[in-house]
Design a protein around this ligand. Structure first.
Ligand SMILES: CC1=C(CCC(=O)O)c2cc3nc(cc4[nH]c(cc5[nH]c(cc1n2)c(C)c5CCC(=O)O)c(CCC(=O)O)c4C)C(CCC(=O)O)=C3C
Ligand SMILES: [Fe+2]
Length: 351
């Protein structure tokens, strides 16, 4: 009927023990000009949690919920799991899919957005994995961006409202809603999306998702800021950083913040370190109240969302989206969305 025989959940990956941290980090930054001092600092963040990132466990929870939701909808599609940077590696998973006789699969990448790191790099993963497997590799069709899907927006909205409830009652009405996403080099943001769209697809989609959630939450005044900056210091990245932004809000006499990590689908290490540890401590130092909204991944609507994206392909369900911005990301066998879409940036040459 639909012509698809499996779903592949494709994610970032993370270490599961102290000795896995460094090799994982080396995989992440391979050839990307991230200075060793930055890697040392990030290694410490991971070692702080025993060298275990929560990301694999959270992805397995998403997969369990996805399997149940597929079954509930009567869709008989096995779900596979593969990562870019750590085990199970996507190359091994796609090899297993080929062995199992999978011919054509839908790929759910665990990012709602366009841009090089959030979309195109997952295309590269698909291409690399298929090339490693060779002729028997299944056809892999990536599902589209979902930053403005009503189920994603609703899940984030309820998480924001639940976080606001954690604040002292007197501060709830005036608390500032602050959205965060992973920073990227400004050049990468400028190059994101097809050239005819004018660039900045990543930051525009983040801003749009944030606007939709802030309206739905009834907290229209909101800010969009960035976190987890990497790379060499001389390369400009999207700003302001959440920690600097807390200083700015404090100077404006804002006394409470609800932070929503809208750029991520689960509470992985960059959320529990950069927000729950660094930003929270900074807020406390400034005497500000701080509440962090959960990510959409654990919400039951998230599995429904993934299944709805699958049903767009297998049942011709009409795509639901709340914004007028285009949604890309749906391509075959790792092709870019359009010529020159989210072109990888040239990394600064080593001095
Ligand atoms: C846009 C974006 C997303 C969101 C889209 C998506 O979710 O895919 C994302 C997600 C994630 N990023 C993660 C971890 C890391 N990202 C790094 C480095 C970088 N990220 C970048 C961008 C993004 N990253 C960039 C431009 C770099 C610089 C190097 C390069 O150009 O590639 C580094 C290297 C060390 C450092 O931070 O310097 C680490 C360890 C984890 C897993 C955390 C865990 O283990 O739980 C997740 C989900
Ligand atoms: Fe990252």
């Amino acid at each position: 009927m639909s012509g698809f025989d499996a779903v592949l959940v494709l994610s970032f990956g993370g270490p599961e023990g102290p000795e896995e941290v460094r090799p994982f980090l080396e995989n992440v930054v391979r050839g990307r000009g991230v200075p060793p001092e930055r890697l040392d600092a990030v290694e410490e963040h991971y070692q702080h949690f025993g060298g275990v990132s929560p990301i694999n466990r959270l992805n397995l929870e998403i997969i369990d919920a996805l399997r149940a939701e597929l079954e509930r909808r009567g869709l008989d599609l096995p779900v596979y799991f593969g990562n870019r940077n750590w085990h199970p590696m996507v190359e091994d998973t796609v090899a297993k899919m080929a062995e199992d006789g999978v011919k054509r699969a839908l790929v759910f990448a665990t990012s709602a957005y366009g841009g090089y790191s959030a979309c195109r790099q997952y295309d590269e993963d698909i291409e690399r994995a298929r090339a490693a497997v060779g002729e028997s590799a299944p056809e892999l069709v990536k599902l589209r961006h979902f930053y403005d899907h009503p189920l994603f927006v609703d899940a984030c909205t309820d998480a924001v409202l639940a976080a606001r409830e954690q604040l002292p009652e007197a501060q709830r009405a005036t608390a500032r809603l602050v959205f965060t996403a992973h920073s990227v080099p400004t050049s990468a943001d400028r190059a994101s999306g097809p050239p005819e769209e004018g660039g900045h697809r990543y930051s525009r989609q983040i801003a749009e998702a944030s606007r939709l959630v802030s309206l739905a939450a009834g907290m229209p005044q909101h800010d969009v800021v960035w976190q987890s900056r990497s790379g060499p210091p001389q390369v400009p990245w999207l700003e302001p950083d959440i920690v600097d932004h807390l200083d700015a809000l404090n100077a404006e006499n804002v006394s409470a913040v609800v932070a929503c990590p809208i750029g991520f689908v689960s509470d992985h290490l960059e959320v529990i370190w950069d927000l729950d540890t660094e930003a929270r401590e900074h807020a406390e130092k400034l005497g500000m109240s701080w509440a962090r909204a959960g990510t959409a991944g654990p919400d039951p609507r998230f599995a429904e969302l993934v299944v709805e994206l699958v049903r767009e392909h297998v049942e011709g369900v009409a795509p639901r989206k709340l914004s007028a911005l285009p949604h890309g990301g749906c391509t075959v066998n790792g092709a870019p969305c359009a010529p020159l879409c989210c072109e990888p940036q040239r990394r600064p040459a080593k001095p």
